[in-house]
Ligand binder design. Sequence first.
Ligand code: UD1
Length: 373
Amino acid sequence: MTSLVLTIVGARPNFMKAAPIHDAFVAAGAEHEIIHTGQHYDEAMSKVFFDDLGMPRPAVYLGVGSGSHAVQTANVMIGLEQVFIERRPSLVNVVGDVNSTMAAAIVAAKLCIPVAHTEAGLRSRDWTMPEEVNRAVTDAVSDLLLTPSADADENLLAEGRAPERIVRVGNVMIDTLLKHLEAATALRVFERYGLEPKGYAVLTLHRPSNVDDPATFSKLLEALLDIQGKIPIVFPIHPRTRLRLDTNPVAERFKKAQNIRLIEPQGYLQFLSLSAHARFVLTDSGGLQEESTALDIPCLTLRENTERPITVDSGTNTIVGTDPDQIRQAAAEILAGRGKTGRVPELWDGKAGVRIFEAITRFLATRTRTSPR
Ligand code: UD1
């Protein structure tokens, strides 16, 4: 066993969580490598984030690519097993809730390598979401549960996890946001699309439950068509959603709408620039619910639930679901000046990466032998 710690990344929302962790290890002179499964592989979905965030090239890139859940998860597992056997890390750190997260945690656990889960304990209790399965399985096999907020601690305790395994480290994605906010804001990306600060909304949409079912997707598009009549909408479109849009009956009208700016997936800095200057955000992403709370910009979440309730209780997030009337109504409230304001939760302070490094170091120092979870 070496003192090497590996952080596994695979998909877009992992990269901004891994960067501050890597920085904290490097600053302390500790051994840390990033392993990329290649779940996301397009330049716009992956490489641009490494460039924007100043991350080194991954030590290993597996290139597993897309596939069904079983195929993708299995390919990540097969690739990582070899990597873990060769590198013999002292601990594997997994982040977030994507398929690569769960696959990496299972492989490490079965090789008796300790697993830390960054962003442990979040629960939507919506078992139709693949991420909910990933979250529960990952936490079940993790030795060290690094949580972003008190609700996550409570979920883990309610599931019977030992309190000494749970360390609340705060929200590591907000480290990245705070580090890059000034530079991103100065980019004024909205100017490229002929928009004014606070004169547009930003939209992201990619959940299978929203875009894979044509009826639900059409309903959402109709609501968005109404909203763009009142305020321009910038829509960086995820590859999954692009595929679905091309075959949707509402697509023709949607693509031609005067005030929809349908643009390619954006890099980290470009996207942060767009959201930082937006009037409000419409999304089904998990990360963006948190980023808009950190930016104090109203967020309308186009889902029936969230695994991030703190963004609703303390922050600027409103769960509006997928009912078009409710979405229109919530947007109208914001445009009438009655948008939600909030406060930034505790430990969303830019120092979570350092706390994660410290928690992992402490864990490894006190661990004398392979202990049961
Ligand atoms: C994945 C995560 C989701 C996360 C999202 C962020 C899982 C189960 N889902 O969903 O939690 O919110 O990433 O984007 O892990 N594709 C490309 N280029 C790419 C990547 C994907 O064209 O670089 C296309 C492919 O057609 C692919 C589809 O997008 O089949 C879906 O990609 P996949 O990684 O399976 O899931 P996401 O929807 O991106």
